[in-house]
Every structure is written in C-alpha cells, then in structure tokens.
Design a protein around this ligand. Structure first.
Ligand code: AP5
Length: 220
C-alpha cells in the first residue's frame, strides 16, 4: 500500500509509521530522518538543510523533491511505502503524483493526523530521541525503562534542536502556510482519510488498521 502521513509537527506521524512499517514491511520514508542523517554525516545536502531545519523552516523544494521521489520509486517500494513528512508543499505533492502516475502506481491513501496546537506543543517539547538508532520517546507518555536512556540500544537520549518551544511556533506557522493546503489538495483527489490524532497511540493504531482494511477492500 502506498501511503502518505500528513499533519502538523508532533502529531504522531513517525510513531505510527514505525509501527505500521514493522507490521507490514512497507519502508518508512521519513524526510526529516533522511535530512537529519545527511546533516549528521556532514554531506553537502546535510550542510545546506541544517540551517533551515534548526530554524523550523522547510528546506527548499529543489533540495528535497528529487531525493524523496527517487527513494519512493526504488524496487523495495514496489509493494508499498509510508511517506512521513513528504510531500509538504504543493510543488512536492505535484512532483510525487507525476512520478507515481508515470509508474501507474498512485497513492492509495493520505492519512491526515488532526491535532491541535496545545497537544502538538506538549508532544514536541516532551519528545526525546535516540541519536544512535532513531528511537522516539516522550517524558510523560512514552518513557524509556531507564530515564534518559534508549531501551533499544542504550544510548543517551537527546532533545532535537528544533523541538524547543522557541522553534515550535515557527514550525507550526510553516505548516499552516505551506502544508495545510495539501489537505484540500488530497481531499479533492478522493484519497484523504482523517484520524483524530489526540487519542492514545494504541487507539490511533487501531483506527489506522480499520482505515487500511477499508482502503484495501476498495476496487482499484
Ligand atoms: P520532520 O522530522 O518531518 O518533523 P515534523 O513533521 O515536524 O514531524 P515530527 O517528527 O516533529 O513529528 P511526528 O508527527 O512524526 O511526531 P512523533 O511521532 O515523533 O521535519 C523536521 C524538519 O525537516 C522540518 O522542519 C524541515 O526543516 C525539514 N523537512 C522535513 N521534510 C521536509 C520536506 N518534505 N520539505 C522541506 N523540508 C522538510 O511524536 C511526537 C511526540 O509525541 C513523541 O515524543 C511521541 O512519543 C509522542 N506521541 C506520539 N503519538 C502520541 C499519542 N498518540 N499520544 C501521546 N503522545 C504521543
């Protein structure tokens, strides 16, 4: 199944995408994770992207579109993929549609994670991530067994630079201006499905499973 997860920063897209990817074997293609890996490696792309990311702004379409479209059309994505964080602008959405249409492999669904600003702020400022394996935790809702230490690999957890309260406001403003219009873009194409993302992680996972059952039963 070819899915896009759309929604404000911190709505829980990555948390659900990781679980679904493990359940179904579809590659989890997170544009944020890919850009952070490039920045960590000090690649030319990573160096260009880092300033935008730390400021809570989108990296230019010219840096991200070809990279993500190429990734989503690799052989390991033939049976499906979970795009998380891409597309985020009209230009990105149109480029993705074009590439998928050329392969006769359109999106099956775009899942919109609806989440209010207060919840977003609490989730983002409380998030802790593992710089080694990418594990994601929360200081209240998803605590590691040992405080500050990743359950999976034992590395010390950190707070992402763009997860500070100061940057979250800019990330939300960027989302409203450039990404929120994609809700109507995909609704008009008949692929949008909405999830109330303020529920618990488990409840969202169950709702997602129900949506995927409906989508896969739909005649193509
Ligand atoms: P990116 O990494 O994509 O960040 P984002 O969209 O802002 O999304 P997040 O990773 O912050 O949130 P999420 O929805 O995945 O939430 P999570 O599951 O972690 O992008 C970062 C930057 O990269 C951008 O600002 C931009 O600069 C650049 N970039 C990336 N893609 C780009 C693109 N396409 N074009 C241009 N620039 C791009 O959950 C958050 C927290 O809440 C966690 O602590 C989690 O444990 C907790 N939580 C999750 N679900 C629940 C729940 N149901 N109940 C309670 N707590 C929960």
């Amino acid at each position: 199944m070819r899915l896009v997860f759309l929604g404000p920063p911190g709505a829980g897209k990555g948390t659900q995408a990781k679980t679904l990817s493990e359940q179904h074997g579809w590659p989890h293609l997170s544009s944020g994770d890919i850009l952070r890996a490039e920045a960590k490696a000090g690649s030319p792309l990573g160096k260009q992207a880092a300033g935008y990311m730390e400021a809570g702004k989108l990296v230019p379409d010219s840096l991200i579109v070809d990279l993500m479209v190429e990734r989503a059309t690799r052989p390991d994505c033939r049976k499906g993929f979970l795009l998380d964080g891409f597309p985020r602008t009209a230009v990105q959405a149109e480029a993705l549609d074009k590439a998928l249409a050329a392969r006769n492999a359109p999106l099956d669904a775009v899942i919109y994670f609806a989440c209010g600003d207060v919840e977003v702020l609490g989730r983002i400022t409380g998030r802790r991530t593992c710089p080694n394996c990418g594990g994601v935790y929360h200081v209240r809702t998803l605590q590691p067994k040992k405080e500050g230490v990743c359950d999976r690999c034992g590395a010390a957890l950190v707070q992402r630079k763009d997860d500070s309260e100061a940057v979250v406001g800019q990330r939300l403003a960027t989302y409203r201006l450039l990404t929120e219009p994609l809700i109507e873009y995909y609704r008009a194409r008949g692929v949008l499905r909405q999830i109330e993302a303020e529920q618990s992680i488990g409840a969202i996972n169950e709702e997602l499973a129900g949506i995927l059952t409906q989508v896969s039963a739909r005649p193509s």
